[in-house]
Design a protein around this ligand. Sequence first.
Ligand SMILES: Nc1nc2c(c(=O)[nH]1)N[C@H]1C(S)=C(S)[C@@H](COP(=O)(O)OP(=O)(O)OC[C@H]3O[C@@H](n4cnc5c(=O)[nH]c(N)nc54)[C@H](O)[C@@H]3O)O[C@H]1N2
Ligand SMILES: Nc1nc2c(c(=O)[nH]1)N[C@H]1C(S)=C(S)[C@@H](COP(=O)(O)OP(=O)(O)OC[C@H]3O[C@@H](n4cnc5c(=O)[nH]c(N)nc54)[C@H](O)[C@@H]3O)O[C@H]1N2
Ligand SMILES: [Mo]
Length: 771
Amino acid sequence: MILAALYMGDQKKRNISVTGNIEFSDLKITEPSDYAAGVPGIKAALEHVSKESGLFRSLKTLSQMNQKDGFDCPGCAWPDPEKPSKLGEYCENGAKAIAEETTFERVDREFFKKFSVEEISKWTDYQIGKSGRITEPFILRPGSVHYEPVTWSDAFQVIAENLHSLNSPDEAIFYTSGRSSNEAAFLYGLFSRAFGTNNMPDCSNMCHESSGVALSETLGIGKGSVVLEDFYSAEVVMILGQNPGTNHPRMLTALQKCKENGGKIITVNPLMESGLNRFKNPQQVNGILGTGTHLTDVFLQVKINQDVSLLKLIMKRLVTLEEKGEKVFDHEFIKEKTNGHQSLLDDLKRYDEDKLLELSGVDSAQIDEAVALLAKKSKIIICWAMGLTQHKNGVENIKECVNLLLLKGSLGKEGAGTCPVRGHSNVQGDRSVGIMHYVSKSLNKSIKEAFNFDPPEEEGYDTVKGIKAMYEGKAKVFMALGGNLVSAASDTEYTARAFQNCDLTVSVSTKLNRTHLTAGKTALILPTLGRSEMDRERFVTVENSMGKVHQSQGRLEPASEHLMSEPEIVANIASTYFDTETTVDWKALGEDYNLLREKMSEVLTGYQNYSKKSEGSGFYLPNNVREADFSKLPDGRAQFSVCKLPEHFLEKDEFILMTVRSHDQFNTTIYGMNDRYRGIHGERRVIFMNSKDMENLRLKAEQVVDLTSNYSNKERRAEKFKIIPYNIPPGNLCAYFPETNVLVPNNLYADKSNTPVSKSLTVKIDSKNYI
Ligand SMILES: Nc1nc2c(c(=O)[nH]1)N[C@H]1C(S)=C(S)[C@@H](COP(=O)(O)OP(=O)(O)OC[C@H]3O[C@@H](n4cnc5c(=O)[nH]c(N)nc54)[C@H](O)[C@@H]3O)O[C@H]1N2
Ligand SMILES: Nc1nc2c(c(=O)[nH]1)N[C@H]1C(S)=C(S)[C@@H](COP(=O)(O)OP(=O)(O)OC[C@H]3O[C@@H](n4cnc5c(=O)[nH]c(N)nc54)[C@H](O)[C@@H]3O)O[C@H]1N2
Ligand SMILES: [Mo]
């Protein structure tokens, strides 16, 4: 009945732009900054919040962020200190995230009456994001180009009827982005399993999946091992492929403490990112008036994707010192706790030092400085992020880091360990509570015991496989708990077509984004509460990057009275779909989060007494590496790995491109047009390039070019970028995503983890269209 009424309209194809119109705005270039935060950071934060949501309201909101009785920052997953600062425990980019969420702008009935999806699709991602918060559920009917209001109950009916019409549960896909709470994610995973599929791709497939795979295989847990306090006693912190000044600004405070306590920092990056150079802590007088804290002691300017070459060289030099009689390695730890040490040493012998040096592109004397630090110290933390994970050999990049830590015995002790710095604020929690495409036998067993149904036992789709299935018509219903998969995934045109092939696409969302435009035949947007907003008297929980689970409770009036919380949305979908044919009381679980947490603690390990324990600063989940317990691994030992060198066969005119975040974006959400630290203002379509390479190609600063990639004989093109001379290794280029995702083929992803290769793309520069 309802379906018939809702499916009116012809099946005409919508004319949707998958990238938006490309226009240059007003580019200004300045010298890159040599420090992060300080007064400009405070100024930028205040500008963003006062423009979007009023200064007074925003400051009040910010004062509750990351406090024990407040809400968790919707930005990154960096942990809060035990004693949050009274001045406020947030950073410039956390303030921007809040400004985005608390904006006064609204996407309402009038908005969608005025603008068709065809028109909106021509806007840039920046313009789409700035249109505001979604106020009520909307439906896009087949053949229609205008979203129209729909009641919540009709929306749930549309989903239920589409799910019932599938030939197999595996024709549905349930995506999660890492902003969902533990409660919402658990219920969503439970629904997917009760429905009958493990098709639960999530944003970590594109993010730290390589870390999860590498760490599980070598250390027995897919998460990092350090806690925040370890930074305060670490002797050496090595930071590879991460830009904390922009993406995890509160990490700089931890690095500052490390330095104050005598620790040293080694940075491995193709770029000298400002935040890794010097930090002017905006909460300290010295940070406002003084020169701040110098962070990096040794900067190794590695070529893109040559970290394995560099790490092998570092280990070879450490072996040489050891052979000369210095005590470099922790032999007791190696003997007691590890497997495969000799294979690693044998493998290292195969490589020629000069060759490794040349490949890495790093200065030999600087490598010696790093080696000298590492040789003498054992409290070593290795941090990394997307600069290691998003390569063909992403998993081996991380295994090579683990090798170094194992040699040094830098695991299972204070001030030492692994630190994959997570992205989304609750991406780690979502995984812990059951969002994953693979099968966990023990989880299935406990779900069966607690809920009395049999969860499916076949592995489901990750993001790469899910998009392929939609493209090929094998999956017909796509649902997303947050996120913007069309813009975030590779091969934008291919991905957009995959979505448009679906019968139904559903987005549980706070704000409008491109995925809502490149929609399936029918599409639903289900508006939900943001982190900062009041969910009646209820609180949710999240897990930070270091495995600590704690509560989060918003206090702001919601953006609209028609918003529904994520757990309730999921519960309603489930109860409408199952009606009476279910062993789970969905409605009760979506309503009463304490009850939900009680059930979660029955199913999940480490969550006993969950509601109570998550109050205040929360509790740590069990972590075997912290205890130096490797009993789950072969022979009960941590595993050394033999890693190959990455291979890049470049033609003379080809470059390696890394796609990164600017200072004014959160993934596909564009806060502004500046990348202040790198000296870019007013424009995003830029390519950072070594000036020698520019000379060779006779390119001038700000000259307009296209980027092309050619994989499997298919040329892909990203149009109109301005060249920026920059301190980047020769042969390497850097540009922002999502604009460059059109260049990444859908079938280019890391071995084992399937993480798209978005940090080492082979590309050419084509200037002929603009001469
Ligand atoms: N404000 C803000 N905060 C965020 C995000 C955001 O978009 N904005 N995103 C969140 C998410 S989901 C994530 S995953 C994290 C991402 O955090 P990051 O991983 O810091 O983000 P990227 O901008 O991708 O930066 C990658 C860094 O790796 C370096 N790099 C690239 N290739 C290589 C390489 O081959 N070797 C080495 N050694 N370095 C390399 C780049 O120069 C850059 O400094 O941040 C989270 N926090
Ligand atoms: N080329 C290239 N591509 C990349 C990367 C890269 O470095 N290079 N990085 C990858 C990485 S690390 C990641 S994690 C992915 C990110 O992929 P996603 O997580 O899918 O993308 P986001 O841009 O974080 O999602 C933003 C959308 O989430 C919704 N949202 C925001 N807050 C909330 C909330 O509280 N609840 C709900 N329900 N929705 C909300 C809003 O609608 C917003 O538009 O992108 C990946 N793509
Ligand atoms: Mo991420």
